[in-house]
Design a protein around this ligand. Structure first.
Ligand code: ADP
Length: 462
């Protein structure tokens, strides 16, 4: 049934089925008509011939030699026929074996009078006549049926072998024709599947399609144009907005820090200022993350290089050690295969590690461990950041990568819910993935998989 999923296979299957049904009905009709016609053609002359034979035999019934002489004119044997004239069971004349040896004349049993019917290979009819002297004379006349039967068999074999061959040829031809006709559609599907906002100029190919398909392709391409424009507007807006927010936030933060120094005398004012500054830092962090995300999507296509992952992980861990020590968490030195390398943007890959390690530290209780490992498996480079923290409910696994999504809304952890969204964007941009393995209360592992560096060292990200 899998085969029938494609449009081509389905169409060819149904058209062959229809052909088989119509062909089958036509064959049955042809064979039956031929049989009827052939039997009729052989049968009808037999009855006529019996009458002619009787007319010629009447005068010679009492003289066997004369009767034989008269009957020999019919050349019965040469025409594969049978002739017998009898008075009851007493045979007055009987023809010899036919030229085609399809029956033995001496072995044909005496039949009751009746219309022609098949007796082995012989189509035989018997009729009784009354002689002028009152004798009842029976004439048996027959015709070999071998030739007609042979023709019938040949016709049957021809159509029963011919139909499957015809169906096979029609199926192959149909398949090739359909594939040719649907090729533009397949190409449009491939192009549509490959479409992404990272390469927004790509459109569906329309060359060589038929006018209706071309109209469909044009309509879809126009839709892509509109989507593209809307997408550019939206992403430019969020990038611009985040960028515009950055300057006033920096100024306000500076001012707040200044006021805090001045307000050292009043404890209440100092606490209020400290809270305001904390929120300001959170806001600045969010704006920075938004800018990173928008750059991720709009500035793609830059030059990338070979990045060896283990040294990058060691460097990142060393820089984040202070953070883990502050929280009483052991951040182990990354382990793994030192040769594993990918083609990519080093800064962004470092950002992946920073975000994952930062989360691991944030969501692990003091005394816990965070381990980073680098490996290569099945053509993929693998970075694993594992912690012994609070874990993530399986129901949240998909959602944690969404923008602004946080499992806990506890503001104490000062996150904006953008860290994992950035990780996922960077992984996708590198042709990779990020997945979670986690158990509530036991810890989480984030596994990043990226294509291993191939022969080419420098390329452009798609
Ligand atoms: P945030 O800035 O809130 O950390 P992220 O996008 O980095 O945003 O993470 C989204 C949510 O996923 C977090 O709010 C947290 O609840 C959950 N999360 C992320 N990493 C971990 C982890 N290592 N352990 C437990 N929960 C995590």
């Amino acid at each position: 049934m899998r085969l029938l999923r494609s449009v081509t296979s389905r169409l060819v299957f149904f058209y062959c089925l229809l052909l088989a049904l119509l062909g089958g009905a036509f064959i049955v009709y042809t064979v039956l008509s031929f049989r009827h016609y052939a039997r009729d053609t052989v049968t009808r002359p037999i009855s006529v011939r019996i009458q002619v034979i009787w007319d010629m035999a009447q005068g010679s019934l009492d003289d066997p030699a004369r009767l034989a002489g008269v009957m020999d004119r019919f050349a019965t044997e040469a025409q594969d026929r049978f002739l017998r004239i009898r008075r009851g069971t007493h045979i007055l004349y009987r023809s010899g074996d036919p030229a085609d040896h399809s029956f033995s004349a001496s072995k044909i049993p005496l039949m009751a009078p009746g219309p022609p019917h098949l007796l082995g290979n012989l189509l035989l009819s018997a009729r009784v006549f009354s002689a002028p002297n009152g004798d009842q004379i029976t004439i048996d006349s027959g015709q070999s049926y071998v030739l007609v039967e042979g023709l019938e068999d040949q016709l049957t074999a021809l159509v029963f072998i011919g139909l499957p061959v015809l169906l096979l040829l029609a199926g192959i031809a149909g398949f090739i024709l359909m594939q040719g006709a649907l090729k533009p559609v397949e190409e449009m599907i491939k192009a549509a599947e490959a479409y992404s906002f990272r390469d927004p100029q790509k459109r569906l190919p329309l060359v060589g399609t038929d006018p209706r398909l071309e109209a469909l392709g044009l309509a879809l391409n126009r839709m892509l144009d509109r989507l593209d424009t809307a997408y550019v507007h939206v992403s430019r807006f969020s990038a611009d907005a985040a960028h515009e927010l950055r300057t006033p936030l920096t100024i306000i933060r500076g001012e707040l820090e200044l006021v805090m120094k001045e307000a050292a005398a009043s404890p209440d004012l100092e606490r209020a200022m400290s809270n305001a500054l904390e929120e300001m830092n959170r806001l600045s962090g969010m704006v920075d993350s938004l800018i990173t995300l928008s750059r991720m999507e709009s500035l793609w296509g830059k030059q990338i290089h070979l990045v060896t992952l283990l040294p990058l992980a060691i460097e990142t861990v060393e820089q984040m050690n202070l953070l883990s020590e502050e929280k009483g968490i052991i951040l182990h030195k990354p382990q793994g295969d030192a040769a594993v390398a990918v083609n990519g943007d080093r800064d962004r890959l470092k950002q992946v590690l920073v975000n994952l390690i930062d989360n691991a530290i944030k969501y692990t209780l003091p005394g816990g461990d965070v381990r980073v490992t680098v490996a290569a498996a099945a053509g993929k480079a693998q970075i694993k950041v594992a912690d012994t923290g609070i874990g993530i409910d399986p129901a949240q696994h998909v959602r944690v990568f969404d923008r602004f999504y946080r499992v806990s809304t506890d503001r104490g952890e000062a996150g904006a819910g953008l860290g994992l969204a950035i990780v996922r964007s960077i992984c996708h941009a590198h042709g990779g993935t990020v997945t979670i393995e986690s158990e509530m209360g036991r810890g989480s592992s984030f596994v990043v998989e990226l294509p291993l560096a191939g022969a080419e060292n420098d390329t452009t990200l798609k």
